[in-house]
Ligand binder design. Structure first.
Ligand code: COA
Length: 373
């Protein structure tokens, strides 16, 4: 048996930023167009007028101030409201693989590990650009390593579930080094024309390198233990899938993009996550007072404030539970890993921290870490 450790992380952030003001301006222009085009039906009560969005609402309801996206021109065009990401021919890298290589290279550099030393790659994300071959295998080819690679999807919990899978393989000795990459092109599964959720998501890619602690060349976090849990719910759902073409070829169906009942998610997920973390810590003998940092899933600021308070038994100081959602919005599985990557260097040897993701499924994944060097 070996001790698994996180020895490097990387974050690829797209260049384009959309502020709340830009987003709301485009949405309101789209809503005005829609209302003008459908004026007669709206007047006759056959259609509902689209209400206006507001930047004040977005900040107060979510804490989100801006988001990064691969393409902003398509999203902000009131006549389009969808990113321009033209399909690529088979001889070109897929978008997800391209982002993943950038993040993975940074994680490898941080750990001082060569790409050809990696034994396994898990592409853990909430959407995959195609059915097969796996995006992970394309990443394997692009970075240049042997071994094996596979895709997995547990929506917002993909990265933590991927870390558990990789850590277990390292622990058992079947592999020595694994990359868990989470390229999230959330802009392509978001319905930018839906006022209730148009502000929620952004694009990013994270990478985590997991190795045997004995092999770590620089500073590292020991993975003390991981815990994954799922419980079926329809409250976050996207019905897009391979049967779509057969049944709904020409339809513009709303349920083929991200859908959520945000209020219910709030109510049901908060107790689930708080209990999950409390049980995980209790079983590992970690007290709230021992925990130096919480890197939570980044969907909503009030949600994180609530969970932080529940776990620590007091209001966490901002540096104890860092949020990145004000800059990145919800980036699905990548959110807690961005927080970890950006806010972990200052921890001292012996300090304990916990990564926790949660979302569609429902799914919750937690990773207990201890800084070693
Ligand atoms: N601009 C202005 N007003 C808006 C708006 C917008 N963009 N979107 C909604 N509103 C209005 C609603 O119409 C509603 O008005 P009403 O009270 O007159 O009916 C009011 O604001 C409150 O809407 P509601 O949808 O209840 O907002 P909320 O406070 O629940 O916040 C979310 C919405 C999505 C931010 C919040 O529910 C959330 O974050 N939920 C959990 C999300 C999550 O973790 N999801 C996981 C995804 S992976």
């Amino acid at each position: 048996m070996h001790i698994p450790a996180i020895t490097g992380t990387g974050v690829f952030t797209p260049d384009a930023v959309i502020t709340n003001d830009e987003l709301v301006k485009a949405f309101n222009a789209y809503a005005n167009r829609y209302n003008a085009e459908n004026a007669d039906e709206i007047a006759a009560g056959k259609l509902e007028a689209k209400p206006q969005s507001s930047a004040e609402f977005i900040v107060s309801a979510s804490g989100i101030e801006q988001r990064y996206v691969l393409d902003k021109t398509g999203v902000l065009d009131p006549a389009r409201m969808f990113p321009k990401l033209p399909g690529r021919t088979d001889d070109k890298p897929s978008y997800m693989a391209e982002m993943a290589v950038r993040a993975a290279t940074d994680a490898l550099d941080a750990a001082n590990v060569r790409a050809d030393e990696v034994d396994a790659i898990i592409c853990a994300a909430s959407n995959h650009e195609r059915a097969y071959p796996a995006i992970a295998i394309e990443i394997q080819k692009l970075i240049g390593c042997d071994g094996f690679a596979f895709d997995m999807n547990v929506a917002c919990s993909s990265a933590t579930f991927g870390i558990q899978a990789a850590a277990d393989m390292v622990r058992s000795g079947s592999i020595a080094k694994a990359l868990v990459v989470s390229p999230e092109i959330c802009s392509a599964h978001l319905e930018w024309r839906d006022r209730d959720c148009h502000f929620i998501f952004g694009d990013v890619c994270t990478a985590v390198l997991i190795e045997r602690a004995d092999d770590a060349k620089g500073s590292y976090f020991e993975i003390k233990s991981t815990r994954c849990a799922t419980q079926f719910s329809n409250n976050i759902r996207n019905n897009n899938g391979y049967l779509r073409r057969t049944h709904d070829q020409m339809e513009d169906r709303r349920d083929m993009q991200f859908m959520q009942n945000g209020r219910k998610v709030f109510k049901e997920v908060l107790p689930l996550v708080s209990q999950h973390i409390a049980d995980h810590m209790a079983d590992e003998g970690v007290r709230a007072a021992d925990l130096k940092r919480l890197w939570l899933h980044q969907a909503n600021k009030s949600m994180n404030d609530f969970i932080g308070k529940k776990v620590l038994g007091r209001t966490p100081a901002p540096d104890e539970q860092p949020n990145i959602l004000q800059d990145y919005a919800n980036t699905s599985s990548a959110g807690s890993i961005i927080a970890f990557s950006k806010y972990s260097n200052d921890l001292e040897p012996g300090d304990a921290g916990l990564i926790c993701s949660f979302g569609a499924g429902y799914s919750v994944g937690s990773v207990l870490l201890e800084k070693k060097r």
